[in-house]
Design a protein around this ligand. Structure first.
Ligand code: 5AD
Ligand code: SF4
Length: 464
């Protein structure tokens, strides 16, 4: 048995990184590593980086500066702290990180997390910093296909990777370069993962992938299955009350996915469908390969299938050359669709992407101003959406005890946190809650009927 050691992982960015952090915890657990909330106390600190936006690498270097101080302090107290950099910045910068930040012991890219224990051991025995051998791109510029691993059960809600990488090449985005070509896991492997998670008490599964609805995994019948068909299969697994998926591309919304929203009570009516801009000229410059009207039509197809479906999106303001009129088209689209939530970002050039070579610019002041206007509009929509819950009775999946003593917190279909005073026995159950008030983004309510009921049985679901 290895002596216990403390591990602190600081994750940035997307859900894939949250999932990857869990993968690293699982890989390092047999080495005696136990998670801690404090970087200062840790024997191993992993920065799980994201390369997608805004000066990502500079942020990593300044964080590494802070960690160097903690590492020196630990050394003065006779304790060795080791530092690893993981994630997409590690993938993009490789040994440059070790050169610029000698405090780093190991640099490891997303394809190599299963090698972490060996890398750490080698770095220690060789007394030098090490990076994984980063996979070499093929003649198309694609990285070798990653082998996603299964996830261990923790809590009520779990992520399962079904697809990694992206072939879309939006001109602003690094994902196709850092995460490589799109690859889907076979249906049987995903079904096994979900069954195991359900056996461990998980009741909600979020299928994740950079372009999740481009899923095209091998089915048990030897055919290629689309995401909608996979969702139909997963909904049959006993114990799974809720299914979600993220992140989708408007061009890959095919009919089985729409049918899944129509047919599956377990599939939550909340879809993250980034549009990025409401202007056709900007969408073309972004290489999104869809127009604002195409996007509107996709939204209509979801709404026709299930009238209570709500949407969230990502937006970029200040893409090279975006005029005030083009930005106004984004505002108009937001007004028309009406979002339950959305994320908006100022454009930032990512080295190596086509947009980084575009010469037109939008001034920093204009970008700031547009971001504020867009966020105000989104906030208004989000607050209205949340306020509309007051007085309604909605299903909540209870996940854990809340910070307030006596309260249990769960989530609605739309991922809004909902608190009730109840016994912890309700954790893991989906129960109707009458919503009484809204505090910032959190709903407060009462169990409808006042008592916990047994977990509802799932309706019998048809296959695709
Ligand atoms: N600049 C600003 N935002 C970006 N995103 C991706 N790349 C960039 C960039 N270069 C945003 C997109 C994407 C989300 C995950 O991050 O909106 O959907
Ligand atoms: Fe990036 Fe576009 Fe792929 Fe999304 S669809 S990961 S924005 S290239």
């Amino acid at each position: 048995m290895k002596p216990p050691r403390k591990l602190h992982i600081k994750s940035y960015g997307c859900q894939m990184n949250v999932y990857d952090a869990q993968r690293m915890v699982d890989t390092l657990a047999p080495e005696g590593f136990i998670e801690t909330d404090s970087a200062e106390d840790a024997d191993l600190v992993i920065l799980n980086t994201c390369h997608i936006r805004e000066k990502a690498s500079e942020k990593v270097y300044s964080e590494l500066g802070r960690l160097r101080v903690a590492k020196d302090e630990a050394a003065r107290n006779g304790r060795a702290m080791r530092i690893a950099v993981a994630g997409c910045v590690a993938q993009a910068e490789g040994e440059e990180i070790i050169r610029r930040a000698p405090t780093v012991d190991v640099v490891v890219g997303p394809q190599s997390y299963h090698h972490l224990p060996q890398l750490l051991a080698r770095a220690k025995s060789e007394g030098r910093a090490l990076e994984t051998e980063f996979p070499v791109e093929d003649k198309f510029g694609f990285l070798p296909q990653p082998k996603p691993a299964a996830i261990r059960a923790r809590g009520i809600s779990a992520f399962v990777t079904v697809q990694e990488g992206c072939d879309k090449f939006c001109t602003f985005c690094v994902v196709p370069y850092t995460r490589g070509a799109e690859v889907s896991r076979p249906v049987a492997k995903i079904v096994d993962d979900v069954k195991r998670l359900a056996d461990n008490g998980v009741r909600e599964i979020t299928l994740i992938g950079q372009n999740v609805n481009a899923y095209h995994g091998e089915g048990p019948d030897g055919r290629t299955w689309p995401l909608g068909k996979l969702l139909h299969r997963l909904a049959e697994i006993e114990g799974i009350a809720r299914l979600r998926y993220s992140t989708s591309h408007p061009r890959d919304v095919e009919e089985t996915l729409i049918a899944a929203h129509r047919d599956l009570g377990a599939l939550m009516p909340f879809v993250h469908l980034p549009v990025q801009s409401g202007s056709d000229r900007i969408l073309a410059a972004m290489n999104r390969k869809h127009t604002a009207d195409d996007y509107r039509r996709v939204i209509d197809r979801f709404r026709t299938a299930r009238q209570d479906v709500a949407f969230s999106s990502d937006f970029i303001v200040g893409f090279p050359g975006e005029t005030e009129g083009e930005f106004a088209a984004t505002l108009a689209l937001v007004m028309q669709i009406g979002y339950a939530a959305a994320y908006s970002f100022k454009y930032s050039p990512r080295p190596g992407t086509p947009a980084a070579d575009m010469w037109e610019t939008v001034s920093a002041a204009e970008m700031d101003e547009r971001l504020v206007r867009l966020q105000e509009l989104i906030d208004t929509q989000q607050s209205a959406f949340n306020r509309a819950m007051i007085g309604e009775t909605v299903d909540v999946l209870f996940e854990r005890a809340a910070r307030n003593p006596g309260q249990i917190v769960g989530r609605t279909a739309y991922l809004q946190p909902a608190h009730v005073f109840a016994s912890p026995d309700i954790i893991g159950q989906v129960l109707p809650v009458t919503i009484e008030s809204l505090e910032r983004y959190s709903l407060l309510g009462e169990l409808a009927g006042g008592v916990a009921q047994p977990a509802p049985t799932l309706p019998q679901l048809t296959g695709a």
